[in-house]
Design a protein around this ligand. Structure first.
Ligand code: PEP
Ligand code: MN
Length: 370
């Protein structure tokens, strides 16, 4: 099913001339001085078109810095007047929308924690009915494409036609190098479902740390995303929110300068399919690691149990049985015998090593027969 909502291309409301849309600014507005000096430095980077700053911050725990509130909107107005940059803030409820509109904010964005809640989305969509303002919708925290597409649809149905999706990564239960797993297949699928929807990437919230930003930003461009939102701060280490992922405007300039803009190969289908397959592999590897770790946990339990009952670690009969059984099953599933044998061997050696450790700790006096 393809949805062709009435969504304007970016170039119809922003002069882009084929270059990606770059949005930058601090995670949070903290002071007038911080906001204005960041904006002044960003203004010197020609690619930066929009200045972002969080005014109301969604925080996991109460008592954390929750944003400066309405007074920050005055600082953004000053940014706009002085630099000519467009401004954008996160809105999570109708009151935020009202204040943002009253203070001439140019573009609104809906954050990942708000997009998970269709009630909140509908409240925002209703209050935006008939308002001619661009809206950017981040992906929901959880990897649910239906929620993301539904949020876009609600906005489109309320008449918003300057719509942009922001890919900021997803919560994933297994450990990954990222703060939020990119799961590139999800924005790709969103593009398939709503082909005329511009999608930009937010490498800051995907990465969670500055070292990873460049690769993720490059990958987003390689996947033909329409732009990037990257957090910047005059003194990132001192930032009140998200300090590890923010960079200085001058680091942003270097980063943007290092990105290669590739021409589309005319073979997006190939790239899309490859990306889907690779993300399958990423998921399977994560599962594989989870499974191995669970197996070792049980091995530890067996070790402790055997040690308490004075049983030797190595039980050859059981091991032979395992190899025979797993080899049979593996061969039947199309895996190669030699590979399976090696894999089982490695797992077995590690299982024995762990049990030996347990024996040493819990029952050092006894001979472990190894
Ligand atoms: C932000 O952009 O600062 C933010 C809070 O992002 P997200 O909603 O993606 O967590
Ligand atoms: Mn942030």
């Amino acid at each position: 099913m393809k949805n062709e909502f009435d969504i304007l291309p970016l170039k119809d409301w922003l002069k882009l001339e084929g270059s990606p849309l770059i949005i930058s600014g601090p995670c949070s507005a903290e002071s007038r001085e911080q906001v204005l000096s960041t904006a002044r430095q960003l203004k010197k980077i020609p690619e930066v078109r929009i200045f972002r700053a969080g005014i109301w911050k969604p925080r996991t725990r109460p008592g954390s810095f929750e944003g400066v509130g309405e007074k920050g909107l005055k600082w953004l107005r000053e940014v706009k007047e002085e630099t000519g940059l467009l401004t954008t803030v996160e809105v999570a409820n109708p009151k935020h929308v009202e204040l943002a509109l009253k203070n001439d904010v140019d573009i609104l964005w809906v954050g990942a924690r708000t997009v998970v809640n269709p009630f909140s989305l509908q409240e925002l969509a209703s209050v935006l009915q008939g308002v001619n303002i661009p809206v950017m919708v981040k992906n929901p925290v959880n990897p649910d494409i239906g929620l993301w597409a539904g949020a876009i649809e609600r906005m489109a149905l309320s008449g918003i036609n300057k719509l942009v999706a922001i890919h900021r990564g997803f919560y994933f239960f297994n450990k990954t190098p990222f703060r939020n797993a990119p799961m590139w297949e999800i924005p790709i699928e969103l593009k398939r479902r709503i082909p005329n929807l511009p999608i930009i990437c937010d490498p800051s919230h995907i990465c969670g740390k500055r070292e990873l930003l460049k690769d993720v930003a490059q990958k987003a461009l390689d996947l033909e995303m329409d732009g990037l939102m990257i957090e910047s701060h005059i003194n990132p280490d001192k930032a009140l929110t998200d300090p590890q992922q923010q960079i200085t405007p001058s680091e942003l300039k270097t980063l943007l300068g290092s990105l290669v803009s590739r021409k589309p190969q005319g073979n997006i289908e190939f790239e899309t399919k490859l990306e889907k397959l690779r993300s399958e592999i990423d998921k399977i590897d994560a599962e594989l690691i989870g499974i191995l770790s669970r197996r070792m946990g049980i091995i530890d339990e067996i070790g402790a149990y055997k040690s308490q009952n004075n049983i030797t670690i190595l039980q050859l009969k059981r091991w032979r049985q395992i190899v025979e059984d797993r080899l049979g099953a593996g061969l039947e599933s199309g895996l190669e015998g030699d590979f399976l044998q090696k894999l089982l061997e490695i797992v077995h050696v590690e299982s024995i090593r762990r049990q030996t450790e347990i024996y040493k700790q819990s029952n050092g006096r006894k001979n472990t027969n190894l």
